[in-house]
Design a protein around this ligand. Structure first.
Ligand code: TYD
Ligand code: MG
Length: 444
């Protein structure tokens, strides 16, 4: 008998109100786990290997998915023998994307889906226009049988859609339960490391994390990808939050269309497509998603509060950050916001946590409050401090290049970062500033 944490998957011999490993409350529950026999290695047998002898045998071969956005997020393609977790909320497009990734690979592929029938998957593949030559579909949901099938078919790439539907006979709890997910994850990990098969595990995650599971697989797998997006929009963002073999925080941007997930090569154009000129309360900000610059529009609407407590409504940026920025505007710039409702929206359903967005947020709010328009060819970047000072941001060069490429004429940026630029950009005028006050003098 053990107690398993549904949040991190750690196990303990005794029950605790708080998980000693991840400090979540009320996540431990009791499970029966069957001891595997013959687990203990023979004392006489050596299991250590000389590190140098492994150098020749390491799999460094990457399999290209032929989808640039995916390959970049993975750090150059699927690494042979790696275990990849693809998480996301139900209906966001995980199955579609996984199918597109494996269909382009010239290797025997096994797509295991207990969620959908083979016909449904075939229909989807036809709708997207995928070639399915080297692909096998299986509706099996017992992990031991799946592993047999992998070795019989000699597949080198496997998709498990989804981890919540597979189960092991060794454990008597329902598929999707914490102990099943952990056991199946471990068996797949073993298969990866022993036979060099590459496995993509799909896992459903809900926004509030109510479906137990995928989170605790995170520490077991090599790469964790999350497919994100607002289901009211068709933009989808693939993020790597963990990658043992590449950079994290890289993103790939897609649109969910009738014929599958379409990579978006120029996201800035997508996010600025519906921008209306000549309206107050709009500011453009060159964001960085991973190594990639994307221009985003921040919109603010400020109106007289009709009821007692003024509303603060925010989409896409942190609520507390907004509260701080509004306080700076009140105290340092003398803007009266205490009696007004403030709505701030990052257009396109994206979320940013980069403080470099601050300057665009305060400018959009000020523009909305004063009802003065910010020139549509001006972009703003900078972190705002409590004294109303504008602080340096990372990778200004990249942001400048992107703004320049989209025809922006002026970029307002922290003086501290402008000083560090190696060259003066030609097609865009970069205004170095030290305080929000200076910014407003330029803008309004
Ligand atoms: P799906 O890949 O099944 O999501 P998940 O596996 O994450 O649950 O995709 C679900 C949604 O995507 C569904 O509402 C239909 C839509 N869709 C498209 O818009 N275009 C397509 O080509 C496909 C296959 C699906
Ligand atoms: Mg699915």
């Amino acid at each position: 008998m053990v107690y398993l944490c549904s949040n991190c998957g750690a196990d303990f011999p005794k029950w605790n109100g708080q998980c000693p490993a991840c400090h979540e409350w009320g996540t431990l529950s009791e499970f029966k786990i069957k001891k595997r026999s013959g687990n203990r290695p023979d004392r006489e047998k050596r299991t250590a290997t000389a590190l140098s002898s492994l150098l020749n045998t390491i799999a460094t071969e990457r399999i290209s998915s032929r989808i640039g956005e995916v390959d970049r997020v993975l750090g150059g393609g699927l690494l042979q023998g790696s275990l990849i977790l693809l998480g996301g909320s139900p209906g966001i497009g995980k199955s579609t994307l996984a199918l597109q990734i494996v269909a382009n690979v010239d290797q025997p592929v096994l797509y295991v889906s207990a969620e959908e029938s083979g016909e449904q998957i075939a229909l989807r593949a036809r709708r997207i226009g995928l070639k399915t030559g080297s692909m096998h579909i299986s509706g099996e949901n017992q992990i031991e049988n799946i592993l047999d099938e992998i070795s019989i078919l000699k597949t080198s790439l496997v998709v498990i859609d989804s981890i919540q539907t597979v189960f092991s006979n060794d454990i008597d709890s329902l598929p999707g339960s914490v102990s099943q997910i952990r056991e199946c994850g471990q068996q797949l990990l073993q298969a990866c490391k022993q036979s060099g098969v590459t496995v993509i595990i799909i896992g459903h995650v809900t926004k509030d994390g109510t479906i137990a599971g995928p989170k605790m697989l995170e520490h077991m797998v090599d790469t964790v990808l999350y497919l994100d997006g607002d289901d009211r929009y068709d933009q989808r963002i693939l993020r790597s939050v963990k990658n043992r073999f590449g950079a994290t925080n890289e993103v790939g941007i897609f649109r969910m269309e009738a014929n599958g997930m379409q990579p978006v090569e120029n996201p800035s154009e997508l996010f600025l497509a519906e921008r209306t000129d000549g309206i107050s309360g709009s500011a453009i900000y060159p964001a960085l998603e991973g190594s990639r610059p994307i221009l985003l529009e921040v919109q603010a609407l400020v109106s007289a509060a009709n009821f007692g407590t003024p509303q603060r409504n925010v989409n896409g940026i942190d609520y507390r950050r907004l509260a701080m920025l509004l306080a700076v505007l009140e105290r340092r710039q003398g803007l009266v916001l205490g009696t007004r409702d403030v709505f701030v929206n990052l257009v396109g359903g994206l979320k940013v946590s980069d403080p470099a967005a601050d300057l665009a947020v305060v400018s959009a709010v000020a523009s909305g409050t004063l009802d003065k328009i910010i020139q549509s060819s001006t972009a703003l970047v900078g972190e705002v401090g409590l004294a109303g000072e504008v602080r340096s941001v990372s990778q200004l060069e990249k942001r400048i290049i992107e703004a320049q490429a989209l025809g922006f004429k002026d970029l307002i940026a922290p003086q501290g970062s402008v000083h560090r630029l190696n060259s003066v950009p030609k097609k865009i005028k970069v205004h170095g500033v030290n305080s929000v006050k200076e910014v407003f003098e330029i803008l309004f």
